[in-house]
Design a protein around this ligand. Structure first.
Ligand SMILES: *Cc1c(COP(=O)(O)O)cnc(C)c1O
Length: 594
């Protein structure tokens, strides 16, 4: 045992390509990583014996720079691993092409509210014994080509299981794959079963056993979010039969086909695998998991449509309440609802908070955000003015510019119903040209609207900025194209801070929305649509405008006490529920102990 934390018996291993733990640690790109970090924090709070595994990214995701016209450029992140993480003496290795790739890991310890610790291990291939190209495998997150990604996933999945063994974790009963990136862990578990039985090949009974240990959470209906590789990549990574998982009789591709076409696998997946040219990691994870879930109820339905033969449940995402509540609201809750950190459900009591204290806490959060705006842009935003927030990854389906569809209409609304301003943030993936266009479009609209509707775009969206924006605005806007949102979590952060949402009825908002009580909808609620069905952008923009003009701005400026009532209901109804404490409790009862 290399450290105190390792010596505790652990039952759940949580695998994620990205985990967001600290602002200055570039170990995440966005929502998936933020959710992973919040999950681990809640596990520590609940004293759940969990251990987490991810990859170390020495160059991180990227730092975002924006030119005058909104053009994005990316710079590597500078950070010193030793400042944040503790190196472990344990070593493991995987085989890639003809080479042995040695791995070490670095530990970060997450401490819960009662002092319970959950270790997070970051795998690192940057060792002198490795070839230069292999040392770079733990270099950038979502960088490089698709083959590089597969090699990273070999390190995460296969290397991850091996490093856990080297660290002495032998009591694990569940392996949770947070998205398909980690699916290759199931292959190492299969090989372990075969080796233990003294066999050099896998059998159906191994598949049954491994399936009993794996849990899979799928996070998006967007096709690009599901890893697929040409099957020949597997042969490239594992050219020699004997190098693949130490099983003697199978090439990697044959092995994979045998798993996917096994009697134990779901009929639809068997069929898909018969073609055999593509390695689909979502299908692998679906086949080898005892419990599969989507991340909101609607997303569960969409996922069942995508994979009709597989039983898919839903556990709606949450956020870590202690992390995403602004300092001013933390003080307020500590004073009136002292148990809220250990027991997030008690935030129901927010209905009893003195309204004037809620308003003062909100004004402090708003002031903090406007300070950040001033620091980043030199602009002085007016604290009296109604402020709309929109921050998330810039990509087509999230439609950050839907509210900018008709600038004349916006000018008119500001004149008739009351002034408002918009604060934006968000990175586009370096290869997402459409996402980069959206940022430029926002900059154009900002220029055109000038003082009529002040707009600011804050660069380099990260955890700190996320906290400030979600807590410091008066309204959280979300305009995804149904049904692609899956869950969304930033609106949950807003809710904890008494900030209501105006959103398309997709993802978590289908469950969190009560019209005029916790916020407002854009458009109508829909039945689950198949992915790819066209949306009426103009009609949705019109719905957004009419709610803003006819309902929300009048309420904010003329009926402040009713607006405050909505703020309190956001905390009491949504903050008390859409948190990772409730979410992890559901994973425990439905997936980990089941
Ligand atoms: C919360 C958060 C996200 C995820 O927000 P969504 O609403 O799910 O898109 C992404 N990035 C950062 C920095 C965040 O804080």
């Amino acid at each position: 045992m290399s450290s105190q934390v390792n010596s505790t018996k652990r039952i759940v291993a949580y695998f994620s390509m990205e985990i967001a733990l600290e602002n200055a640690m570039p170990s995440y790109s966005g929502g998936l990583g933020v959710l992973a970090g919040d999950t681990i924090r809640a596990a520590a709070d609940l004293r759940l014996p969990m251990v987490a595994v991810s990859l170390l990214y020495r160059r991180g995701y990227f730092t975002q720079r924006l030119a005058e016209d909104g053009s994005q450029t990316e710079e590597p992140v500078e950070w010193r691993v030793e400042d944040f993480l503790q190196e472990e003496p344990a070593r493991a290795s995987v085989s890639i092409e003809d080479r042995r790739v040695d791995l070490r890991c670095w530990r970060y310890t997450v401490k819960g509210v009662r002092g319970f610790e959950v270790p997070v291990y970051f795998l690192d291939a940057d060792l002198p014994s490795n070839a230069v190209s292999d040392r770079n495998l733990t270099g950038t997150l979502y960088g490089g080509d698709s083959y590089y990604r597969l090699c990273q996933e070999v390190v995460l999945g296969i290397g991850g299981v091996r490093i856990l063994r080297a660290l002495g974790y032998n009591d694990l009963t569940r392996y949770h794959m947070n998205e398909g990136h980690a699916a290759l862990l199931s292959l190492e578990l299969l090989a372990e079963e075969a080796r233990e039985a003294g066999r050099a090949s896998i059998r159906g009974e191994d598949i049954e056993k491994v399936r009993g240990k794996c849990v899979f959470t799928t996070h998006t209906p967007v096709p690009a979010g599901h890893d697929r590789f040409p099957m020949e990549y597997l042969t490239r990574v594992f050219p020699k039969q004997t190098e693949f998982l130490d099983l003697k009789d199978a090439s990697a591709a044959d092995f994979m086909k045998r798993v996917l076409q096994a009697e134990q696998t779901y009929p639809g997946i068997q069929e898909a695998a018969r073609g055999g040219a593509t390695l689909n990691l979502t299908q692998l994870a679906l086949s080898l998991s005892t419990y599969v879930n989507g991340v909101a109820k609607v997303h569960g339905e969409t996922s069942r449509q995508m994979f009709p033969h597989v039983p898919i449940e839903a556990i709606t995402n949450g956020v870590h309440a202690g992390t995403w509540t602004s300092p001013a609201f933390q003080q307020l809750f500590d004073r009136y609802i002292p148990s809220w950190r250990e027991d997030n459900y008690s935030l129901r009591g927010a209905l009893g908070l003195p309204a004037e204290d809620v308003w003062s806490a909100h004004l402090i959060a708003k002031h903090e955000l406007f300070e950040e705006v001033r620091k980043k842009t030199g602009l002085n935003f007016d604290g009296e003015v109604f402020t709309i927030g929109f921050a998330r990854r810039a990509t087509g389906y999230k439609r950050a510019d839907l509210i900018l569809a008709d600038l004349d209409r916006l000018r008119q609304i500001a004149k008739n119903a009351g002034a408002f301003q918009i604060i934006y943030a968000g990175k586009a993936h370096p290869n997402d040209g459409g996402g980069k266009d959206i940022i430029r479009h926002i900059f154009q609209a900002k220029k055109a609207l000038r003082k009529a509707v002040p707009i600011v775009f804050l660069d380099d969206y990260n955890l700190d900025l996320g906290g400030k924006i979600t807590s410091g605005v008066d309204l959280w806007l979300n305009t995804p194209q149904f049904p692609l949102e899956a869950s969304g979590t930033s609106g949950m952060k807003a809710a904890l801070n008494g900030v209501p949402s105006l959103s398309i009825l997709d993802g978590w908002w289908v469950e969190g929305h009560i019209e005029g009580v916790t916020g407002w909808s854009i458009g109508e609620s829909r039945r689950v649509a198949s992915v790819g069905v066209a949306t009426d952008n103009a009609a949705e923009a019109e719905s957004l405008y009419s709610k803003l003009e006819g309902v929300i701005l009048p309420l904010y400026y003329a009926e402040r006490s009713r607006f405050l009532g909505i703020m309190q209901h956001s905390i009491a109804i949504n903050g008390s529920f859409f948190n990772t404490q409730r979410m992890v409790q559901q994973y425990i009862t439905d997936a980990y102990l089941h």
